[in-house]
Design a protein around this ligand. Structure first.
Ligand SMILES: Cc1ncc(COP(=O)(O)O)c(C=O)c1O
Length: 372
């Protein structure tokens, strides 16, 4: 039970502080509110997080994925290999460009695409692989990139949950043909809503800039068919404030995770492993629970500990994917995906946790005991 003095600890706590508010008001007063100097400065600043790659700001992480697939020329007739254990946006972007989603299983430790499963899923129609750096842990890019190179496939990184994560010193978003980030309010840094595409290819960056703005570089001189996926300067100004804080916040997340790793001892609970060479940025601190997960979550909620399952239903079981597969008699063999969906629970790890909060989280988890 939560005692009278103990406030519930939320699963996430987005920051909209005085700095963010001042930046937004400054832009509103300036009158330059859409894709102006703030967006350019945000793109310039964000490129420091991705080994100085070109950065193209858009209005959401979903738009970032969508535009990147379009810019790479991926469309009808192509297949893209995607993990089913992700947010639906990863697969939705593939379907939005008219390509087919091919699901591959995940590694149990990183929750990212299993390289052997990816290799087995490649067909003559495969155009791209989409590793998702889920929860802020980098996917096995050291093994996935050579597979992509061998088969001449594009790699589209979904780094929407993984700002400043890295593998063997290379930041996510700097491995593939392109990377994508989300700045939704609960992410490790946000811009109210927003997204970023990153790429080392200047031509691709230009195509992305055209696509987000009706195909125009010069006003009314449309070069290609495009959309309106522009970021506002208000968003970019908020994003710039958060960009200045994300490194310190990341270190706090990592320290909070280290505390929980050291203090969670309940035998039915497995703390998140970190692959060798990986910099996990703990967008989520996700444990596995063996036993009755619903009962465990109810007990945590009763103790005032925010908790959530990301994601209870793998994408291949969601209606827009499940029904066409049923019709076509197509099934997927994804045992680790199914197991993860049944076992995971994310606990609070956000930078505003106090030492007292961390003690309460560990104590509540440990009091779940052995037999759930
Ligand atoms: C893995 C993943 N991909 C894509 C997205 C889409 O980002 P957005 O919500 O900014 O469109 C999200 C964010 O929720 C995500 O977690």
């Amino acid at each position: 039970m939560t005692s009278i003095n103990e406030q519930p600890i939320p699963a996430a706590r987005p920051v909209i502080g005085e700095d963010e508010i001042e930046a937004a008001v400054r832009v509103l007063r300036s009158g330059r509110v859409v894709q102006g100097p703030e967006v350019a400065a945000f793109e310039e600043g964000f490129s420091r997080l991705v080994d100085d790659r070109h950065c193209v700001a858009v209005n959401s992480g979903t738009s970032a994925l969508h535009l990147l697939l379009l810019a790479l020329g991926i469309g009808p007739g192509d297949e893209v290999i995607v993990p089913s254990f992700s947010f639906a946006a990863s697969a939705n972007a593939v379907r939005l460009v008219g390509a087919d989603v091919v699901f591959a299983d995940i590694e149990p430790g990183s929750f990212g695409l299993d390289p052997a499963a990816v290799e087995a899923a490649i067909t003559p129609r495969t155009a791209a692989i989409m590793p998702v750096h889920l929860y802020g842990h980098p996917a096995a890019m050291d093994k996935l990139m050579p597979i992509a190179d061998k088969h001449k496939l594009a790699v589209v990184e979904d780094a929407c949950q993984a700002h400043a994560a890295a593998l063997n010193g290379t930041p996510v978003g700097a491995f593939g043909a392109g990377g994508t980030f989300s700045f939704y309010p609960t992410k490790n840094m946000h811009s109210l809503e927003g997204g970023m595409v990153t790429t080392a290819d200047a031509e691709l960056a230009r195509t992305l800039r055209l696509l987000r703005n009706q195909g125009m570089e010069q006003r009314y001189a449309n070069e290609i068919v495009g959309a309106n996926m522009r970021m506002t300067d208000v968003s970019a100004a908020v994003g710039r404030v958060q960009l200045g804080k994300v490194e310190a916040w990341t270190e706090l997340r990592r320290a909070n995770a280290a505390y929980l790793d050291a203090h969670i001892t309940a035998p039915a609970v497995t703390t998140p492993p970190v692959a060798e060479g990986a910099r996990h940025v703990y967008h989520q601190y996700t444990v596995r629970i063996s036993g009755d997960r619903d009962a465990a979550m109810a007990k945590l909620t009763e103790a005032g500990i925010g908790n959530a399952v990301y994601y209870p239903t793998p994408i291949h079981r969601l209606k827009p994917y499940w029904e066409p597969d049923q019709k076509a008699g197509r099934t997927w063999d994804l045992p680790e995906t199914e197991r993860a969906a049944a076992e995971v629970v994310s606990l609070p790890v956000h930078p505003s946790l106090t030492e007292g909060d961390l003690q309460r989280i560990a104590a509540a988890v440990n009091s779940l005991g052995e037999n759930l």
